[in-house]
Structures are given as structure tokens and as C-alpha cells.
Write a protein that binds this ligand. Structure first.
Ligand SMILES: NC(=O)c1ccc[n+]([C@@H]2O[C@H](COP(=O)([O-])OP(=O)(O)OC[C@H]3O[C@@H](n4cnc5c(N)ncnc54)[C@H](O)[C@@H]3O)[C@@H](O)[C@H]2O)c1
Length: 354
């Protein structure tokens, strides 16, 4: 049976533990905070999924030590990811490691060691941009194979979501300053927390054959409130190495949320939306010849992670395949975050060098 160790008994740790149990994995959740473990057992897990699952092992790090696990998932704050990843590669010796997004705080320097140690220990590393693996994204991938949009002219993506929803899911936090969320420098703020938009923009640019982002101009709305210091709005203009120009917007102020993308072509457009209503994701392709394809994919919150978990199971069986959430894609998103911060603070376009 596949064994998985999930670090972080918080919001994402519970979602991924539930997803892993759904496919029969043996799950251990590990947290440095015993109160978080207790909250998982008595509150978060039963409230979300109906009942606590007695098969899940809860432990503090010292109760697990150097046991081997097939899969390690890091569901801890971004500023803990790299150090934990390096330690886990040596202690747990997993075949597969999923690091939650964003990969790290906005500094790429320590990533070189991650790449080196992962290669040395033969660990496949993924970064948890789960929207690349949901059902409506798979449908879009399939439709785009027909190249029905003609020449691609621009691409827009946004993850605009007031973070009241996040704090509602974390009632034990009193506000942004209590966590990494309130600090852009720790991987929070709109740039880090809502980096799904940068990442999905990059995915659709790649699918459409439009290359990688090499140039970024960014305007941030940065605030300092009640001990927190974060960007609440990030507006990026980007250009790829193949000349595609587009926009990406992320914010923590928009209510209700907009998680949306549009790929514009000479012959039509594709629209993609997460949670178009409480129960559906949407994908739609409209041709200027009058053709329309539209799928509303019914989903629940656990479905947001189902594709990701199933993909991990598949990678364990067939490790030679490429993955849309491979570490390199997560690092590419981090390159854009770092460039966006520099652009905003220095008031200029920033080039991302190879
Ligand atoms: N992909 C998604 O849609 C999605 C959704 C939610 C969160 N996330 C990401 O998951 C990560 C965690 O977010 P969250 O909302 O679950 O946070 P959280 O605050 O709910 O939980 C984090 C937990 O990690 C624990 N922790 C901290 N350091 C640790 C360590 N060294 N070892 C073990 N446990 C440790 C904390 O005690 C806490 O219980 C972030 O990077 C976030 O961006 C991704």
C-alpha cells in the first residue's frame, strides 16, 4: 500500500489527507503544533468530510523520525518549504514529493540546492498548482489540440479573491499578521497566495505554443496594516519569448472571487473559470464562425484536489511521464513572482534570464 506523510495539519493538509484516503493510501499527518493535530481530528476533518477517519495517523515530528514514506506532501507555510523538503529527502527518502504553492518566498537562490538534492536522492518533486489537473482544465487541454482558435493574440488570467474566505477556513487565526499570508516577503500577499493565476497563464501559454514569460512589468498595491506588510493587488503585464503579450491580475480584495482565464485567438476564444457558481467549473470555446462548445463540470471542494492526487498515483506507476506540475513549472512561476516584485519596486520592466 502506498504510504504518504503530510506535513502540516492545516487547511490544505486536511484536503490532501482526505484525497489520499479516497484512493486507499495509508496517511500520516505530522505537525509541530499538537493543537493543530487535535483540531484536525476533532474539528476540520469531521466538519469537512462528515467524520474523522481512524485510519489516519496523527503525529508530531519526533514521533515519526526517519521512517520511509513513498510520498511526502508539504502543506506548511511557504517559508518552511525548502528547509523541510531538504530534510525530508534525507529522512523519509520518498519517491515523490508534492510541495504546496508557492514553492518558496520570493527568492530563487535556495532553489538551486533543492534541485541538486532532489536529483542526488532521485526524488520527483511537484509543486501543488492543482488547477492544472482539474477536470475542466483537462477538457480545455483536449479542445486546444484542434488549434481551432487560429493565431493566438493575447491571454488574460486572474485570481481575484478576498481572503475573508481563507480566514473563515482558519478561525484560529486573528488576521493576516498571524500568518505568512500577511507578508509578501514570506510568500504571502496576493503575489504568493494567489499565484495560481500566474501559473495557469503559463500553462495555457505553453499549451497554445506561445512560449515562456521572459518580460514582466508590474504594479502593486502594497499595504502595511496591523503589523502585516503585503501586496493586496498585483497587476502584471507580461511578454513571452515567442512574443505573446498578456495580463495577469491577482488580489485579496475582490468579493465574490473571480478565478478566470481567456485565451484569445484570431478565429475564436477559450474561457476557463473556477467556481463559476458554488457547484461548477466552466470551460467554453467560442468560434467566430458561430460554433460554441461549453462544459459546466460539477464539482465539490474535494474535487479541486482529486485530479492532483490521482496524478500522483499515476506518476508512482509510470514515473517516466512528464507532469504539468513538475518542479520546473513551479519554479517558473516563482521566477515571475520575483520579477514582478523587482519591477514594481524599481519602476521598470524586468527581463527573466534563462
Ligand atoms: N493548492 C491550493 O489550492 C491551496 C489551498 C490552501 C493552501 N495552500 C498552500 O498550502 C500551504 C499551507 O497553507 P494552509 O492554509 O494549509 O496553512 P495552515 O496555517 O492552515 O496550516 C499550516 C500548518 O503547518 C504547520 N507547520 C508549520 N511548520 C511546520 C513544520 N516545520 N512541520 C510540520 N508542520 C508545520 C502549522 O503548525 C500549521 O498547522 C501554503 O503554502 C498555502 O499557499 C494551497
Amino acid at each position: 500500500m502506498t504510504t504518504v506523510k503530510i506535513l502540516g495539519a492545516g487547511s490544505i493538509g486536511n484536503h490532501l489527507a482526505h484525497g489520499a484516503r479516497q484512493i486507499g493510501w495509508q496517511v500520516a499527518i505530522v505537525d509541530v503544533d499538537p493543537a493543530a493535530l487535535e483540531r484536525t481530528r476533532s474539528d476540520i476533518y469531521p466538519a469537512r468530510y462528515g467524520a474523522w477517519d481512524e485510519e489516519i495517523r496523527l503525529a508530531t515530528p519526533d514521533q515519526i523520525n526517519d521512517e520511509h514514506f513513498d510520498v511526502v506532501i508539504l502543506g506548511t507555510p511557504p517559508d518552511t518549504h525548502l528547509a523541510l523538503a531538504l530534510a525530508e529527502m534525507r529522512a523519509s527518502r520518498p519517491k515523490l514529493m508534492l510541495i504546496e504553492k508557492p514553492l518558496c518566498p520570493p527568492d530563487l537562490t535556495p532553489c538551486a540546492e533543492l534541485v541538486r538534492v532532489a536529483a542526488q536522492n532521485d526524488v520527483r518533486v511537484l509543486v501543488g498548482y492543482n488547477h492544472r489537473l482539474t477536470e475542466h482544465t483537462r477538457i480545455a487541454v483536449d479542445w486546444l489540440k484542434d488549434h481551432a482558435l487560429g493565431e493566438i493574440t493575447t491571454l488574460r488570467a486572474m485570481t481575484r479573491e478576498h481572503w475573508g474566505g481563507i480566514f473563515a477556513a482558519h478561525p484560529w487565526l486573528s488576521g493576516p499578521a498571524d500568518t505568512y499570508l500577511g507578508f509578501t516577503s514570506r510568500g504571502g500577499g496576493a503575489l504568493g497566495e494567489h499565484s495560481h493565476a500566474i501559473n495557469i497563464w503559463q500553462y495555457f501559454a505553453e499549451l497554445a505554443g506561445c512560449g515562456r514569460i521572459t518580460e514582466v512589468a508590474c504594479m502593486l498595491d502594497e499595504v502595511e496594516v496591523e503589523g502585516a506588510a503585503y501586496d493586496r493587488i498585483a497587476q502584471l503585464s507580461v511578454r513571452t519569448d515567442r512574443g505573446l503579450v498578456g495580463t495577469i491580475v491577482q488580489d485579496v480584495v475582490t468579493r465574490p472571487a473571480q478565478k478566470w482565464l481567456r485565451l484569445e485567438g484570431a478565429d475564436g476564444y477559450l474561457e476557463w473559470q473556477v467556481s463559476v457558481d458554488a457547484e461548477h467549473d466552466l470551460v467554453k470555446m467560442v468560434g467566430h464562425d458561430g460554433s460554441i462548445r461549453e462544459e459546466r463540470v460539477r464539482k465539490t471542494r474535494p474535487d479541486d484536489f482529486r485530479g492532483e492526487i490521482e496524478h500522483m498515483a499515476d506518476l508512482l506507476k509510470n514515473p517516466d511521464q512528464a507532469s504539468p506540475i513538475d518542479m520546473e513549472a513551479g519554479m517558473d512561476t516563482m521566477r515571475v513572482i520575483v520579477a514582478a516584485l523587482r519591477s514594481a519596486r524599481e519602476g521598470r520592466f524586468v527581463r527573466i534570464e534563462d
